[in-house]
Design a protein. Structure first.
Length: 368
């Protein structure tokens, strides 16, 4: 075991060696020549700075780029790297390209070198804002952060449930909290549950300050689930909600009127909110013997009255005022009705009226 004197002697020798100057040194010029020779022999690869006073190896330059990326919190533009590191842009682009091949945690977006940790941090900030306000517009986030909308949608969507807690409407590009969607759903259900007549969607959407895609999605869901009794006619801003209570009243009025009068006027049906009266009649009165005209439809009761009146006039060799039976028709519609009669009745009618029909038609009388 060494004594304390030996240890002190060893320390003194070490200090003396440190203080001793080197007898043989390489000058700066020698170093430059040696490096130049190594480069010429392709034994050394270096990257020169823009002023030509310094050079760096690609491996060291990679480390410097990573260091700058870390300093800038995971995102830096390659033009900024070129200025900070004082190296030609083409060398920066070449090294960044190599880094992207080697490291899956790096992406290049519109000239910005981005580390995935930056996107995680961005997702955390988005989640904080989302929980505070209830919704976040991805388009606004895209403008503020200077990132493509599609890139943000893809990366935020992949972090839903893990970092971001809420719902993502990828079509509208909006993030919602569950509480926000629930409030929105309650408001939509309350508004349309109170409707007793056809209600246009667009004024409610504008006045209520609803978000378009969420509003239409929630409204369709409520109707499909049976929480709202009614139907939606039309699409998006042109849609109209028809409550079941109104449809029932509408059908009751039409059925009652048709049963009592044996005809339906299309204008009256349109005033009730039926856009296509002919289609409505075909769907609801397919089992009834009706004649569809341009402005109304005629039921079996009126048809039988006209047929009976013509038969009676024929048998008594007299004439009949058809408009007394079908007072709702104007002259052009009267002609259409004539052509819609049963073949036997029409043949008999034509036989008696062929010579005088045009003259008498203008006077609203028909000779038989």
């Amino acid at each position: 075991m060494a004594s304390w004197d030996e240890v002190r002697k060893l320390a003194a020798d070490f200090k003396r060696i440190q203080n001793t100057s080197t007898a043989h040194k390489l000058s700066e010029r020698n170093c430059v020549e040696i490096v130049a020779k190594l480069i010429e022999m392709k034994l050394l690869d270096v990257i020169y700075t823009l002023d030509g006073k310094e050079y760096v190896t690609p491996q060291c330059f990679e480390r410097e780029i990573k260091d700058e990326l870390h300093v800038h919190r995971g995102r830096i533009n390659i033009v900024d790297l070129h200025q900070i590191l004082n190296v030609d842009l083409r060398h920066v682009e070449a090294i960044v390209e190599e880094l992207l091949k080697q490291d899956d945690n790096l992406v290049l977006v519109q000239g910005d070198l981005i580390e995935l940790s930056y996107l995680d941090q961005l997702a955390e900030e988005v989640n904080d804002s989302l929980q505070e306000s209830g919704q976040v517009l991805v388009a606004e986030l895209s403008r503020n952060r200077g990132l493509p909308l599609s890139f943000l949608v893809e990366n935020l969507h992949s972090r839903m449930g893990s970092i971001i807690h809420g719902q993502f409407d990828s079509v509208g590009g909006v993030l919602y909290t569950e509480a926000y969607v629930a409030r929105h759903r309650s408001r939509v259900r309350g508004i349309f549950s109170a409707a007793t007549r056809p209600t246009a969607v667009s004024p409610i959407l504008a006045r209520g300050g609803f978000q378009d895609n969420l509003f239409h999605s929630v409204l369709r869901e409520l109707i499909s689930a049976g929480e709202l009794k009614g139907a939606l006619h039309g699409r998006l801003e042109n849609a109209t909600f028809i409550p079941d209570v109104y449809s029932k009243m509408q059908k009751k009025w039409i059925d009652s009127f048709f049963a009592s009068n044996s005809y339906l006027e299309f204008d009256a049906m349109r005033r009730l909110g039926i856009d296509d009266p002919i289609l409505y009649i075909k769907n609801h009165y397919s089992n009834h013997d009706v004649i569809l005209l341009n402005t109304c439809c005629i039921g079996y009761s009126i048809q039988s009255q006209v047929t009976a009146a013509i038969e009676e006039a024929k048998n008594s060799h007299s004439w009949v005022d058809v408009l007394v039976c079908i007072y709702i028709l104007a002259e052009p519609e009267l002609y259409n009705f004539h052509t819609s009669l049963a073949p036997a009745t029409l043949a008999m009618y034509r036989c008696r009226c062929r010579d005088i029909f045009k003259q008498v038609f203008n006077k609203r009388h028909t000779k038989v």
